[in-house]
Write a protein that binds this ligand. Structure first.
Ligand code: UDX
Ligand code: ADP
Length: 468
């Protein structure tokens, strides 16, 4: 048997992982035809918009690649059956949210979408098909995928000569830097037991990634490495956030502590920014999944160790919200608050698990008037995220697409996302627009305290000691 030369790829799921990942593969492998399928027609239509600025995901550098490869060797469609039929390799890149009901609710990942599309692969695939798990999934999902493929392929009309192998190839891209991360990854991880399939996938990456960066493991190590990487990264943020609280009461400055500890090469400078708590679709979900796994395998101590990372994160968001209320004399009723940033981090339009959602909802419940600005998140997404609380208080919040008009007559400004344009705010202009007394709360540490100390507003910054 020879290594299969992959010519046709199908990716199921046109989301934050599937879209950018396939765009970069298409760009680097002009000889491979890639079709991304999704059951969400509206999303697929947006990916196919003539106006490339309308694609559903904002990611620096993505529009340029889409312009180049779309309808050349990258196609977006809702035609799942045909796309699977024509594929030598199928990537599963669907969402795996935390389960909301049943066994493991609130912790375990819901793999119903993975299951559903695996059944479709089993049904429509022809010939030898390599199935690659891209979604972050619970450890041992590959086993379930294999079983489903085996049992369901009985219904496949071309089942004679139809065979499958399953690989795990977790994606480590971070939103906001996805294209850079995909073009120049720290490593590519491939888990599996079929050498020829591993080599076939490896050959795709070797078009632009050097061989020493591609590591192979068994399936379970690969699946567990993804959960562990996210747990370690999230742990760093909870660690620095916990110390930020201590800095504020002792007079230390978290940036000075960060620099001092980060110069120890064993610790390193990266991923040590204090903030309002981590958001995003992965960290919380993956840690909860890890804790569920530990409970399941009889390791409650390990489970509660990792659970603390999530608890500290929730606490950080809560303590910042409580501090805002306290500084505004325990009362925000009818006060106007400008919210700068709704995305969970800069350079993305993604709001999943964004700390802004919790903070805005609580402020609305307390009776505040909010003007919410974000350079990339639109009003309808904010409306969805604020849910019932947003609906019940619809006249208490408005969306602003003009930063300069966001501050008018406000009693406080809360910076929640570290967008570049918030780093360049003209505080002289802002101080003239705000009521007096007023507050600026910088939860991302992007404003220089020196620069604002002489203006007519009070200033609070995360992790800054002697905050008054
Ligand atoms: C993360 C992982 O980084 C990535 O490898 C994995 O594939 C998916 O999950 P992502 O959630 O897109 O990526 O963004 P990331 O940059 O990790 O940020 C996650 C959250 O942590 C954001 O809310 C961010 O603001 C916060 N963060 C990050 C901090 O508060 N401080 C930091 O120093 C870094
Ligand atoms: P991620 O951040 O992991 O990429 P997203 O939610 O952004 O997650 O994207 C996942 C996509 O997968 C969604 O667009 C969803 O409609 C799609 N999807 C889920 N289940 C299926 C399925 N069975 N067939 C096709 N697409 C699916």
């Amino acid at each position: 048997m020879a290594v299969k030369n992959i010519q046709s790829v199908c990716c199921i799921g046109a989301g934050y992982v599937g879209g950018p990942t396939m765009a970069v593969i298409a760009d680097n492998c002009p000889n491979i035809n890639i079709t991304i399928v999704d059951l969400n027609k509206e999303r697929i239509d947006l990916w196919n918009s003539d106006d490339v600025t309308k694609i559903p995901i904002f990611e620096p550098g993505l529009q340029k690649i889409i312009k180049k490869v779309r309808n050349r060797n990258l196609f977006f469609t809702t035609e799942i059956a045909n796309s699977i039929k024509n594929a030598d390799m199928v990537f599963i890149s669907v969402n795996t949210p935390t389960k909301t009901k049943g066994i493991g609710a609130g912790r375990a990942s819901d793999i119903s979408w993975v299951e559903a599309c695996t059944r479709q692969v089993a049904r429509y695939a022809t010939g030898e098909t390599i199935v690659v798990e891209k979604s972050t999934i619970p450890v041992r999902t590959a086993e379930a995928v294999k079983t489903i493929l085996k049992n369901n392929s009985k219904k496949n009309p071309s089942k004679e000569g139809c065979s499958f192998s399953v690989l795990s190839n977790p994606e480590f891209l971070a939103e906001g830097t996805a294209i850079k991360d995909l073009q120049n990854p720290d490593r590519i991880l491939i888990g599996g037991d079929d050498e020829l399939s591993i080599q076939a996938l490896k050959n795709i990456y070797l078009n632009w990634v050097s061989e020493e960066k591609v590591i192979t493991t068994n399936l379970w190590s690969s699946e567990l490495s993804k959960l562990t990487a996210n747990a370690f990264l999230a742990q760093r943020i909870s660690s620095i956030n916990s110390i930020s609280a201590l800095c504020e009461v002792t007079g230390a400055d978290i940036n000075e502590v960060k620099k001092a500890i980060g110069l120890d090469t064993r610790i390193g400078q990266k991923f040590l920014n204090a903030g309002p708590g981590f958001g995003g679709s992965c960290f919380k979900k993956d840690i909860l999944n890890l804790t569920y796994l530990c409970q399941h395998f009889g390791l409650p101590e390990v489970s509660s160790y990792w659970e603390q990372v999530v608890s500290i994160n929730d606490w950080q968001t809560y303590r910042i919200y409580k501090m805002v209320i306290n500084k505004l004399f325990g009362n925000v009723t009818n006060k106007k608050i400008a919210i700068l940033g709704f995305a969970f981090k800069a350079d993305t339009n993604d709001t999943r698990e964004s700390p802004a959602i919790f903070i805005c909802k609580e402020l609305l419940v307390e009776g505040a008037f909010l003007t919410i600005h974000d350079p990339k998140v639109n009003e309808s997404q904010i409306d969805i995220d604020l849910g019932e609380v947003g609906q019940e208080n619809r006249s208490n919040w408005s969306y602003s697409d003009d930063l300069l008009k966001t501050y008018d007559n406000c009693d406080a400004i809360i910076i929640l996302t570290e967008w570049e344009e918030y780093k360049k705010i003209n505080w002289d202009f802002v101080s003239n627009k705000m009521n007096s007394p007023s507050w600026v709360f910088d939860t991302r540490k992007i404003v220089s305290p020196e620069e604002v100390k002489n203006y007519d507003f009070n200033f609070w910054q995360v992790g800054l000691g002697n905050n008054i």
